[in-house]
Design a protein around this ligand. Structure first.
Ligand code: AMP
Ligand code: MG
Length: 335
């Protein structure tokens, strides 16, 4: 199929494609999503096919007004309401018991559904002109998530009906996923809203161990997406944990002309290999914003290895750590 490239004035056209059961990649504040009518099981199934996504990895349903949640969930507990009031629209996904209207394909056989109200005006306009949209990130399964329409095209050209170009995504990593379906609220994936922000609103929050560690042999993933290899460019990602001097020393020793370094703006002059800036030192939100496009850039520049700073495991740093540790196959080199 030919993939149409639509602009922000083509919302009606994009909505028409969705309502006929088609697939449209849309910008959100986190990353580009690959959207289909969330209540049309057949349309949702085609998302999995286009991405090569395992069928047991459920999708997030996106809404554009709070009242739409009623048709998606069977319960909307008080803590979820408080989170919605504080963080929606925004990069927070809440998992709740699902309603009978949610197709099997969306929830991948679970009895819960993940719901998010994005803040991006183009995503909101598309949902309002069509219906609630099931949407995972609009990349081929396993590769870095797309933060521009060009990234979407590079993975999905010919595999989807259209991409709606709304420019660069402002957060750069996916939403925070929290389950409120049972027991103490638990973060299954860190993202644009930090654990610290959430706990200020609802009190105790647990962070699932799979956020920072590989699953144990007999351990079951609370969020099925956590068990898959993820976010990986073709280049090997090597995460370096140590102070700046040791970082420079290690890279000088181990780099060649096929090596890229994800570097802070301040240190760009310190390297002779391919440099890909990720913002100012200690600015974890900037690291998040640049991360996926930096990993894609390393591939575009035909690098075989990428060295990267190991972020701190707090605030937005935890979201970056969660992605890059998977891109690096859970290996951290201690300096
Ligand atoms: P993505 O495909 O990148 O948008 O990621 C969606 C994430 O949300 C994946 O990690 C899914 O496994 C997770 N997810 C979606 N729905 C559920 C659910 N009902 N229960 C647990 N995790 C979910
Ligand atoms: Mg994804």
């Amino acid at each position: 199929m030919e993939t149409l490239i639509l602009g922000v004035n083509d919302i009606e056209k994009a909505a028409g494609i969705i309502l006929k059961g088609g697939l449209v990649a849309m910008p959100t504040e986190t990353v580009y999503g690959l959207a289909a009518d969330a209540l049309n099981g057949e349309a949702v199934a085609s998302i999995f096919k286009a991405k090569g996504r395992p069928m047991d990895n459920p999708l997030i349903v996106h809404i554009s007004k709070l009242s739409q949640i009623d048709m998606l969930v069977s319960e909307f507990p008080e803590k979820a309401q408080r989170l919605a009031e504080k963080f929606w629209p925004g990069p927070l996904t809440v998992i709740l018991p699902k309603s009978h209207r949610i197709p099997e394909e969306v929830s991948a056989g679970l009895d819960t559904v993940a719901v998010r109200f994005p803040s991006h005006p183009v995503a909101q306009a598309l949902i309002s002109a069509s219906c609630p949209l099931a949407a995972p990130s609009a990349n081929l399964s396993g590769s870095p998530s797309p933060t521009t329409a060009a990234h979407v095209i590079s993975d999905m050209d010919g595999r989807i009906d259209a991409v709606l170009d709304g420019g660069e995504c402002s957060v750069g990593v996916e939403s925070t996923v929290i389950t409120l379906a049972e027991g103490t609220p638990k973060i299954l994936r860190p993202g644009g809203i930090t654990a610290e922000q959430i706990s200020a609103v609802i009190g105790e929050v647990i962070i699932d161990s799979a956020v920072t560690q590989p699953l144990g042999k007999n351990q079951k993933a609370a969020s099925p997406g956590m068990k898959y290899k993820h976010y990986s460019p073709k280049a090997e990602v090597i995460l370096l944990d140590g102070d700046d001097d040791k970082f420079y020393e290690y890279i000088h020793k181990h780099s060649d002309d096929k090596t890229a370094v994800l570097c802070y703006n301040e240190e760009a002059d310190s390297f002779s290999c391919v440099k890909i800036p990720i913002g100012a030192k200690n600015d974890d939100a900037a690291y998040a914003y640049h991360l996926f496009s930096a990993l894609r850039e390393a591939d575009e520049k035909k690098c075989s290895r990428v060295f990267a700073h190991c972020p701190k495991k707090e605030g937005m740093g935890l979201a970056v750590y969660n992605r890059i540790i998977r891109a690096a196959g859970f290996r951290v080199t201690k300096l």
